[in-house]
Design a protein around this ligand. Sequence first.
Ligand SMILES: NC(=O)c1ccc[n+]([C@@H]2O[C@H](COP(=O)([O-])OP(=O)(O)OC[C@H]3O[C@@H](n4cnc5c(N)ncnc54)[C@H](O)[C@@H]3O)[C@@H](O)[C@H]2O)c1
Length: 341
Amino acid sequence: MARSDWGIGLVGLGGISRHHLEGYAIQGLKVVGGADISLERAKLAQEQFKLPFITDDYRQLIDHPEVKIVDIIVPHDKLERRLPIVEYAASKGKAIFIQKPMMPYLDWAKKLVETVDEYGVPMMVNQNSIFAPGMLMAEYYMRDYDIMGRIYYCQIENRAWVNPGQDAWVAKDERWVQADMAIHHFALVRHWFGDVKSVYAILARDKSQEFVKGDTVGVVNLVFKNGIRAAIINNWSYRGNRHRPHSIEEIVVQGDRGVITFDSEHIHVKCADGREMTPEVHGKWFPDAFGNSMAHFVDALDNRKPFYCSAHDNLKSVAIIEAVYISAKENRVVIPDELLL
Ligand SMILES: NC(=O)c1ccc[n+]([C@@H]2O[C@H](COP(=O)([O-])OP(=O)(O)OC[C@H]3O[C@@H](n4cnc5c(N)ncnc54)[C@H](O)[C@@H]3O)[C@@H](O)[C@H]2O)c1
């Protein structure tokens, strides 16, 4: 088969689906159609993106003979919302691509993984931070010992204000900051540095953000099994004038020979020997990371090769979310592997 034979069906045609569709068009991927419980939304997407097929019943879309990959873009707010879609797609033997976070709670995520395992279908989690143009370029430099030497430290900082409104589902789960935002960073640093040995976290809350449930600030310290340390800061209560919002959170990776300072659109590399580079980054997180991540999945399926961010692997990123809340509540270091037993 060719890339263009892997027909994609999108379940959920809300806010972020447009970036999926724009990214897939850039990559020459085949979109068969979409489903949304709101037919009005489905019609809007059909008009804008010329979708060949729309429905308000995801089962009709999944049953479409040309749909080979079910792209699940419904909110992760309830297990009952995502699990039936995963189960139906898996029972029909379709490959599944599911938006991050796979689930905000480890128990829920395990249920999804058990379901795809039962039917033996592949499922990739759309942790597209890994595929954002600036991240891909930074990874290229990170893997070069001549430039970086031994990497020992990474910091990521998101700094912005969130104000979702009373009716939006966003930020209504008490895990919002970690499960919606920091999960981008957990998956990213795991991709770069491997598995995490321990987690220590502090959380804070700005009570004036009345429509955000739970913490609004999180500082998470990670120690990797290879000894690298990372600080993942998500400050969503910042009213100041030096914003570093998602998708241009600031990232620093330090080695004993060089440092990379970057975000998804810009990068600067400086070495201890005086070399300095500011290569141009082509593209942005929105929509390029969306197209890149689906293209990675399609190419892996087409060549029968492993892919990044498999559902099984992603359980380890969700376990970090879980570890953060235990750590902050009990003021102690938590070993995420112990949560996966
Ligand atoms: N990777 C990223 O960078 C990124 C960015 C934004 C959002 N997301 C994730 O994407 C998901 C969706 O976010 P959004 O902002 O598009 O939400 P949204 O509320 O704008 O859209 C969700 C859509 O799903 C539809 N829907 C809900 N239940 C359904 C069902 N059972 N069947 C069919 N359609 C259903 C809704 O009607 C709505 O149109 C979330 O999990 C979010 O975390 C990821």
